[in-house]
Design a protein around this ligand. Structure first.
Ligand code: MG
Ligand code: MG
Length: 431
């Protein structure tokens, strides 16, 4: 309710208005089977309401109101599909000023659009909603002949809500820590289970088991379990190849707790022992990650961790003769991108790549206490004629989740081992 009040106060600066904020609908997977439902993150952030097919309507005026439109009670459907709040209980439980069945949406929104100056809508997010909102607007314009004024401004409410989501409150940080703890345990479980001859999906099964066993938590994105050369495919999700003795396996996996994501990557030897070339690349990647974490503090620009990681990686590439020239020259030419082609961080929260701009007023956002992001440098060496063969097909990424604190940052996913010694010690216990 507090978040809705904050948004309403901001919106009021643009005069009387109506904001339309829908959640997601259920998506059909095939025939009459649905994908598991996931609420829209912005809608949920403002409501806490988890049912599909609901709409938050904010009426912006001197006496602002929050209205919920949701599925009505229906004993027949509830018998098959489970409990629905229905408007009355939803209003009571979630603190709306009023709540209505969905079928009243067109009528009530149309009434309130007359005389509103601004229509707030997340344009482009969903074509069906764009069309429906457009029809409401057109309808309001046809009323102007009767001397009634339609809104003249269409504004995007996401520009107000999404920056708010970047900084987490204590409750959110608690949920994110829980998601981090469960995912860290899942990675430990996968390390303990690893051995040559298993298939990638068998380590994925260990992850999913850990997520479900800890409270029925869904993955926050499809897990990447990539053995050997597959680790050089950044978004590899086939997870169907055999894990070979002497290879590394890269696992990028996290879960959701009450919608809040964790996002961890660990890279470890299938057989529990790092070999020579793997050690060289891993040591550089870990040093890059540690440098990035050290650069994560309030007041630093969002790109500071990336720059810190890149500096270490580029020096390492030169030392290993994978790149030639000075660090400045390699940065300038972009030659390093053959081995490190993504950025080091993204916001983390209700979406794994969380909402919130990275640039504001043509500058990188500076980090503030309570912001949550990932730190995930990588080092990916594909087979190529000008690369020594012992480095071929080694892909490494080390990803932790951090929260910016007053003095620096806290790594919430530190429970998952990441030094070579710690990983080898853990895996040796199961040899
Ligand atoms: Mg990840
Ligand atoms: Mg990530």
């Amino acid at each position: 309710m507090r978040r809705r009040q904050q948004i309403l106060a901001e919106m009021h600066k643009k005069g009387r208005g109506v904001a339309i904020i829908p959640t997601s609908s259920e998506l059909i997977r095939n025939r009459d089977t649905h994908h598991p439902f996931r609420f829209d993150s912005n809608f949920w952030y403002l409501t806490g309401f988890e049912e599909p097919d609901a709409v938050l309507v904010l009426l912006i005026s001197d006496t602002p109101q929050s209205l919920l439109f949701c599925r009505p009670k229906n004993p027949e459907r509830e018998l098959w599909e489970g409990f629905r709040f229905g408007p009355d209980a939803a209003r009571e439980q979630f603190g709306f000023d009023a709540a209505y069945p969905l079928e009243d949406l067109d009528r009530i929104v149309s009434e309130h659009l007359i005389g509103a100056q601004t229509l707030w809508h997340g344009l482009g997010q969903n074509p069906a909603w764009d069309q429906r909102v457009g029809q409401w607007l057109e309808h309001a314009r046809t009323q102007s002949r009767a001397g009634k004024e339609p809104p003249m401004i269409v504004a995007d409410w996401r520009a107000l809500v999404e920056p708010m989501r970047r900084s987490k409150d204590v409750t959110e940080l608690g949920l994110m820590q829980r998601a981090a703890d469960i995912a860290a345990n899942a990675h430990i479980r996968a390390m303990q289970a690893s051995r040559p001859g298993l298939y990638e999906y068998q380590l994925d099964a260990e992850l999913q088991y850990a997520f479900l066993q800890a409270g029925g938590h869904p993955p926050s994105y499809p897990a990447i379990v990539a053995g050997g050369a597959n680790a050089c495919v950044l978004h590899y999700t086939a997870n169907n190849q055999v894990l070979r003795d002497g290879d590394l396996v890269l696992i990028d996996a996290g879960c959701e707790v009450s919608g809040y994501a964790s996002d961890i990557t660990r890279t470890f030897p299938v057989n529990g022992r790092f070999s020579g070339a793997q050690r060289d690349l891993y040591a550089i990647t870990l040093a890059a990650q540690e440098a990035a974490i050290a650069a994560t503090r309030p007041g630093a620009a969002f790109h500071a961790p990336h720059d810190a990681a890149l500096g270490v990686l580029v020096q390492g590439m030169i030392d290993l003769k994978l790149c030639e020239g000075s660090p400045e020259g390699v940065l300038e030419s972009g030659d390093y991108r053959r081995f490190y082609m993504h950025r080091t961080s993204h916001w983390l929260g209700l979406d794994v790549h969380d909402a919130g701009p990275y640039h504001e007023d043509n500058e990188w956002v500076s980090l503030q206490t309570g912001m949550t992001l990932t730190i995930e440098p990588g080092f990916y060496v594909r087979a190529a004629d000008d690369v020594p063969t012992h480095f071929h097909n080694i892909g490494i990424r080390i990803e932790d989740d951090v929260v910016v604190t007053d003095s620096g940052c806290t790594v919430t996913t530190a429970a998952a081992p990441k030094t070579m010694d710690a990983i080898e010690a853990l895996m040796a216990e199961n040899a």
